[in-house]
Design a protein. Structure first.
Length: 643
């Protein structure tokens, strides 16, 4: 269990990706936005050219001032064959050069703004698309995938991991192209200035690449572990928020806070280890680049003294180019860091995007509008995990319009059977037939629209009551929604709400009682007018009187509908046409109430417990529960006296 909590989906859905495959696939993501990437790259190219222009003009100004001070020295070389009129004074020439530098600086600032805006827009576009792809995939994946995973891990993958994958495009792919382009342009310019000095200053560059490779190998597993620890932190946060009543009810606030603090400290320690590696690597790379300046001062200075290199367009421009070159090489550190963060997150994102779609429609599906004849389970077996069967060879025929009750001990496979009828899972073996057609041959959407289901755990979205009821039929009118609410005996309490159907309920139906939520989920199932209604202990949160109201209303609106209800209440089961008793994943007995009293010892015992009268009949005996855990319940008369 702990591994699942830390690593998300279990091994059945985890895939190992090679580094080359991950990089190739991430480059494919960049290729999807090649037009936007080309725009950012064009702006980066313009930025490089403007930087060169600013350096060149500044160097030209230095050479011109040097020539003015010492007219006997070599005259400055004007770029692009430009020749200024001889009558211009030195002050005007310097002003002309200064104006060029200012214009170049203003253009550089404008291009930097455009480049930053374009890069940010590209990043957000990629991030939104990634999260949309992940969300869409999660909707299509089977319940088996969701059962195997942890919700907090899936949330983290759609949040933090998607953002890290997005950074590969602008933080790695575009940055690498920009660095290569910049280094290429600077290298050509430096070679034109002086080839020997260029090779001397850049002799340490291979060491920078070697250091980047070593750094990448060190931090890659660290980033993967950081993602797992982040999953654990989010899991604790989500569970604590969802289980706040349990935490407070058992005075567990301090323990939960201590667990969260410990998880946060583990993330901090892991991040610190990455930062320590980064803090060692960056200064080491910076030291290597500073050594190049020593070579420039020594060798370049001697060239300038001998007159082989001009002080402005020669030595100054070369120094500026070398600094820019060193800055670009320093980006290798950030690139290497971003690569490893992106690759670690890419595994976790790709695991979701590549998870197999187990429950899908066939290539040429048959259509189903409603169930007109019968439902048949033909030797149906099912297992959540290989070798651990939940259902064993279930065979059952249900006629159209028939009401079937299903009961049995906890873990006997009752809810699993309903999930198979809804095709949330497929049988491991055997078939389920609707009107003689295998569910796997039908359009998946038809199967699910033909059947409505009400779960024991009533889930409501943070939305209006009308929107929750109309979830299966968003186009339904207010009259249809209210008719469904009336069929679920929910009309009366909805009318008492401040805004009626437009009242917005909180997360998970916060603000409503358990019975009210269950009636709304029942109305949601009734609104789609299903030909098959599945009730998974749907009356568990309502009192017997309300259950009778719901039952009476349903009998009016669900006339002719096939219904299958899982229940542990004999009062509910005895109203059905037939009752199926499951035990250990097998059918123990089938019949009506009176027949099962003769055929099924388990059902007979259930009936005795619920009809014996005194509350003490429900008390576990010491033969099944340790004596210290047996709580004596008072008799009804004692409760009345206490009241």
């Amino acid at each position: 269990m702990s591994s699942a909590l830390e690593n998300g989906p279990q091994s059945a859905f985890v895939r190992e990706y090679s580094t080359s495959y991950r990089i190739w696939r991430l480059l494919g993501l960049a290729n999807r936005y090649r037009r936007e990437c080309a725009g950012v790259l064009a702006l980066q190219t313009l930025l490089v050219l403007l930087t060169l222009g600013t350096l060149g003009l500044t160097g030209l100004g230095i050479d011109y001032l040097s020539w003015c001070v010492n007219p006997g020295s070599q005259s400055p070389k004007w770029p692009l064959g430009i020749r200024l009129p001889n009558h211009l004074s030195p002050q005007r020439v310097i002003a002309f050069i200064a104006a060029g530098v200012i214009v170049s600086a203003l253009l550089t600032a404008a291009v930097k703004y455009l480049c930053a805006s374009a890069s940010a827009a590209l990043s957000q576009k990629i991030l939104i698309q990634l999260r949309t792809d992940l969300y869409t995939r999660l909707q299509l994946l089977s319940l088996r995938f969701h059962d195997a995973g942890v919700r907090s891990s899936l949330i983290n993958r759609a949040g933090s991991d998607a953002n890290q994958v997005r950074q590969f495009v602008d933080g790695v792919a575009l940055r690498v192209l920009t660095v290569l382009l910049t280094l290429g342009v600077y290298l050509v310019w430096m070679l034109q200035v002086h080839a020997g000095l260029t090779f001397a200053c850049l002799a340490s560059t291979p060491l920078l690449w070697l250091g980047a490779c070593v750094f990448s190998g060190i931090v890659q597993p660290a980033y993967r572990r950081a993602g797992e620890l982040s999953d654990e932190l989010i899991r604790l946060l989500v569970e604590n928020i969802q289980g706040v009543q349990v935490v407070k009810g058992f005075a567990g606030e301090s323990r939960q806070a201590a667990q969260f603090d410990a998880a946060a400290e583990r993330i901090r320690d892991q991040r610190n280890s990455i930062f320590r590696s980064l803090s060692i690597f960056q200064p080491a790379m910076g030291l290597l680049t500073q050594l190049n300046l020593l070579v420039l001062i020594g060798y370049g200075g001697s060239l300038a003294i001998r007159g082989e290199l001009s002080p402005g367009t020669g030595l100054f421009v070369f120094a500026g180019l070398l600094q820019e070159f060193a800055a670009q090489v320093a980006h290798i550190t950030n690139i290497a860091n971003s690569v490893q963060a992106s690759l670690a997150s890419a595994d976790r994102v790709f695991e979701v995007l590549d998870a197999p779609l187990e429950i899908t429609s066939p290539p040429d599906p048959r259509r189903l509008t409603s169930i007109k004849h019968q439902i048949e389970l033909d030797r149906v077996s099912f297992e959540y995990e290989p070798g651990r069967s939940v259902l064993h060879g279930i065979s059952l025929r249900i006629e159209a319009g028939e009401c079937i009750g299903i009961t049995g001990p906890v873990g006997s496979g009752k809810s699993t059977l309903l999930a198979l009828l809804k095709r949330l899972y497929d049988p491991t073996s055997g078939r389920i037939l609707f009107d003689g057609m295998d569910l796997r041959q039908l359009q998946l959407e038809d199967v699910r629209k033909a059947s409505g289901i009400v779960y024991q755990d009533s889930f409501l979205f943070t939305n209006s009551i009308a929107a929750n009821i109309a979830f299966g039929r968003p186009e339904a009118t207010s009259e249809e929604i209210m008719a469904a609410a009336r069929g679920a005996a929910a009309e009366e309490f909805i009318a008492c709400l401040p805004e009626g159907l437009n009242t917005v309920v909180g997360e998970h139906g916060c603000g409503l009682s358990g019975g009210q939520k269950q009636r709304l989920t029942l109305a949601r199932a009734l609104l789609i007018r299903p030909s098959l209604l599945l009730l998974d202990d749907a009356a568990s949160a309502v009192d017997p009187e309300t259950e009778q109201e719901i039952r009476s209303a349903m009998e009016q609106v669900m006339h002719g509908c096939t219904s299958i209800m899982v229940s542990g209440r004999v009062s509910t089961l005895r109203r059905t046409d037939r009752i199926v008793v499951l035990s250990g994943g097998r059918i123990e007995a089938v019949g009506n109430h009176m027949e099962l009293l003769q055929r099924s010892p388990w059902y007979c015992r259930l009936n005795e417990l619920q009809s014996s009268g005194p509350a003490s009949a429900f008390v576990p005996t010491s033969s099944t529960v340790p004596e210290q855990f047996v709580i004596p319940f008072p008799q009804k008369s004692a409760i009345r006296r206490a009241a």
